[in-house]
Design a binder for this molecule. Sequence first.
Ligand SMILES: CC(C)(COP(=O)(O)OP(=O)(O)OC[C@H]1O[C@@H](n2cnc3c(N)ncnc32)[C@H](O)[C@@H]1OP(=O)(O)O)[C@@H](O)C(=O)NCCC(=O)NCCS
Length: 404
Amino acid sequence: MKNIKYLKPLSPLQKGDDNMGVLENKGAIEYSKGLEGVIAALSSISAIDGEQGKLIYRGIPIEMLAKHSTYEETAYFLLYGELPTKSALDEFVAEMKELRYLPKRVEECILELPPNPHPMDILKVAVAHAGLYDPDQLESCREGVMRKVIRIIAEIPTIIAYYHRARTKQEIVPPNPNLGHAANFLYMLHGKEPDPEEARIFDIAMILHAEHGLNASTFAAMVTASTLSDINSAIVSAIGTLKGPLHGGANERVLKMLDEIGTPDRVEEYVKNALMEKRRIMGFGHRVYKTYDPRARILKQYAEKLSDKYGDRKWISIGEKIEEMMIRELGKKGIFPNVDFYSGIVYSFLGIPRDLFTPVFAMARSVGWAAHVCEYTQNNRIFRPRGYYTGPDYVEYIPIEQRR
Ligand SMILES: CC(C)(COP(=O)(O)OP(=O)(O)OC[C@H]1O[C@@H](n2cnc3c(N)ncnc32)[C@H](O)[C@@H]1OP(=O)(O)O)[C@@H](O)C(=O)NCCC(=O)NCCS
């Protein structure tokens, strides 16, 4: 036993001392619970200034892209690293439109799936299934991998819309080649062309959700891809990770909370009780932003706009009251609204069912996942962190008959 050097603390960890420690045989090594603050990769895709509340995609502020760009152009920019020329964008848009159609067997399978599972689980299954029919499955050259990536990004909206139509016993609506990515999703979901202003708002929401550094789901995709697994497996890992309520699943829960509260005059009591009971208020707080999330600022404007358009200010007035109280109570701790707080109100007015909020997040974020996978694997190193062993050095094995 003597020669074995385990990576373990020099002395037992004290309560509340679980974010940093000194490791035996390695000198002073920091470890970070939840990898907070750890730089795990170099990337030129996006940057967040968590103190100032700024987000850039490859140098361009998110506000500028939301104002001037489209989801397709932003996707190209994130994937290829430069803004497309007019002809490059036309070609990219045409390719995305062409790849929207699902393989027949995948379409048939979606129609047969049970209506009750969470649509994020359906998305996981369908993306994995579609990968089996990918004609570029064995491609490993850059163009082949890019085609696979664009195919997945183009197929996800069709999977979500088809599943929703099937589970609600409505005819599926095939993609409309005259519509852009965001508008076509609303069309396939509702069976009618969306109002252009609403389609544009959805397009902007998609731009805002397209990329966000090494968040949990992107990191999950990168970890999978770093083993030189395939892109479908990486995206499936990311979908499973995004599903959780501490990540992409928060948007759905925000609307549930707004309904539970019911009226603005009940906010004070609800939030007070939640904080007293140490419950999280969904749509608040962020690992990186310690101020207002810039995406939430933009989405709030559209939540306001749609509330006025539909003459229904119930959700927004409750939301604003929660925001006011949370900033008053927890602003000093850096807790502010994040992207999920107002996105649900926007999606609700666009007629998107609540359990599709997170799949819609996945639909947008698939670009960020793919961009990071492509960037990281070009200069790949398998991810393999170490654990911090806190158990005993040696325990005698007791045969089962002698155990009590
Ligand atoms: C996003 C999130 C997981 C970030 O977590 P994190 O960086 O690990 O931050 P912590 O969990 O350490 O929280 C730090 C402190 O803020 C508090 N806090 C964080 N988010 C909070 C929230 N939404 N409501 C109430 N308190 C919150 C924590 O209780 C903790 O307080 P303490 O120091 O007194 O123990 C966290 O803010 C959260 O759970 N938010 C709600 C879910 C959500 O909206 N997710 C979407 C993210 S885009």
